[in-house]
Write a protein that binds this ligand. Structure first.
Ligand SMILES: [Zn+2]
Length: 202
């Protein structure tokens, strides 16, 4: 990513903007950014509008029960279990658009947004020829833009290996060259320990 990511409004703000619920300083910052005709954000807005239209009625689908059970039994670390973990709530998943339920094509990006406690977790997956790169960010939901984010995340393949990464100064992390499969992302930041529901990467 060559651009400084915080120069764009957050993905969540763009969603709220489309939903007409963005207000206060975030609305001002977002409108001011959009009035400068940012092509990146304009294209994101188009995707969000298409998706929110497609998602107007149905609730988001849950993963199959068997996948949930397998994921719940993963990584049986006593240390982790002693700490109360919050399950992140899915807010937005590009895959939920019916037209994108088909296998992702090379180079296409898919974004997922979860909220947990006072945190937002965003991941973007880009499919390359034979693998997937996943980049993400963990942000305080009520951040004014200057809060340093600390923490770490672990990405585990259901039935496979896991790998960990520290968050950088902007709360960003990345895992490259992922095999297709069902993954769970968990970690801690700002005093919150979380776990996402399983999500499919393919
Ligand atoms: Zn932008």
């Amino acid at each position: 990513m060559s651009e400084h990511v915080t120069e764009h409004p957050r993905f969540r703000w763009l969603i709220d903007h489309v939903d007409g619920v963005l207000d206060g300083p975030r609305l001002g910052a977002t409108e001011s950014h959009l009035s400068a005709s940012c092509a990146t954000c304009e294209s994101t807005l188009v995707e969000i509008r298409e998706l929110t239209g497609a998602l107007a009625a149905p609730a988001l689908a849950s993963p199959p029960a068997a996948v949930m059970r397998r994921a719940a039994g993963l990584f049986p670390s006593r240390v982790v279990r002693r700490v109360r973990e919050l399950v992140a709530a899915l807010v937005f998943d590009q895959r939920m658009q019916p037209a994108m339920a088909l296998r992702a094509t090379t180079g296409s990006a898919r974004r997922i947004l979860w909220t947990v406690g006072d945190l937002e977790v965003v991941v973007t997956m880009v499919r390359r020829s034979a693998a997937n790169d996943l980049s993400g960010e963990i942000l305080p939901a009520l951040d004014d833009g200057d809060t340093a984010v600390v923490g770490e995340v672990t990405l585990g393949l259901v039935g496979g290996a896991s790998q960990s990464a520290a968050l950088d100064d902007e709360g960003a992390f990345r895992f490259d060259s992922l095999a297709s499969g069902t993954y769970v992302l968990w970690g801690g930041s700002q005093g919150v320990r979380f776990r996402t529901p399983p999500f499919v990467v393919d």
